[in-house]
Design a protein around this ligand. Structure first.
Ligand code: HEC
Length: 152
C-alpha cells in the first residue's frame, strides 16, 4: 500500500513538474524576491571584480578574470525564476512592467545570458582587449534592463 502510494505520489510530482510554475518553487512571495535579489547581488559582486581590473583599479589577473566570468555566467541563469507574477510589492525595486511587458523583460534576461557566455569565452582566451569589449556589452545589458524594469 505504502509503496503504491509513494509511486503514485512521485508520478504526480513528475506530472506537476512538467507544468511547474515559478510560484511552486518558493514557499512565499518574499522568498522569491529575496532569491532574485540575492542572485543579482552575487552577480554584481563578481561583475565588479572584473570591472575593477578592466578599469585598472587592481592589477590585471587573467585567472581571476576567467574565474569571475565563469561565476557571472552561471549566476546569470538564476534570478529569473524569482520574478514570480505578483511580486512587485514589498521590499523590491521590481517594476510592474516586468509582468506587463514580460516579452521584453524575458528577452533582456536571455540577452544577458548570451552576453555572459561570450564574456566567459573571451576571458578564457586571456585576450584583454576582447574581455574589455565584451565586459562593456554585459554592462550595457545590465543597465538596459535596470533602466526599464528596476525602480530607482
Ligand atoms: C532582465 C533584467 C535585468 C538584467 C539583465 C539585470 N538585472 Fe539586475 N535587477 C533587475 C531587477 C528587476 C532588479 C530589482 C529586483 C528586486 O528588487 O526585486 C535588479 C536588481 C539588481 C541588484 C540589486 C540586488 C539587491 O541586493 O537588491 C543588483 C546588484 C543587480 N541587479 C545587478 C545586476 C548586474 C551586475 C547585471 C548584469 C550583469 C544585472 N543586474 C542584470 C533586472 C535585471
Amino acid at each position: 500500500m505504502l509503496c503504491r502510494f509513494v509511486v503514485r505520489a512521485t508520478f504526480a510530482t513528475l506530472l506537476a513538474g512538467t507544468a511547474v510554475t515559478a510560484q511552486a518553487q518558493f514557499a512565499k512571495p518574499e522568498d522569491a524576491i529575496k532569491y532574485r535579489q540575492s542572485a543579482m547581488f552575487i552577480m554584481g559582486q563578481h561583475v565588479s571584480r572584473i570591472g575593477a581590473m578592466v578599469q585598472g583599479k587592481v592589477p590585471w589577473d587573467g585567472a581571476q578574470a576567467a574565474a569571475n566570468a565563469g561565476i557571472v555566467q552561471d549566476v546569470a541563469k538564476l534570478p529569473w525564476a524569482g520574478f514570480v507574477p505578483g511580486t512587485d510589492k514589498g521590499e523590491t525595486r521590481a517594476k510592474p512592467e516586468i509582468w506587463t511587458d514580460n516579452t521584453k523583460f524575458t528577452a533582456n534576461a536571455k540577452k544577458l545570458q548570451e552576453e555572459t557566455v561570450k564574456l566567459e569565452a573571451a576571458a578564457k582566451t586571456g585576450d584583454q582587449a576582447a574581455i574589455k569589449a565584451q565586459f562593456g556589452e554585459v554592462g550595457k545589458t545590465c543597465k538596459g534592463c535596470h533602466d526599464d524594469f528596476r525602480k530607482e
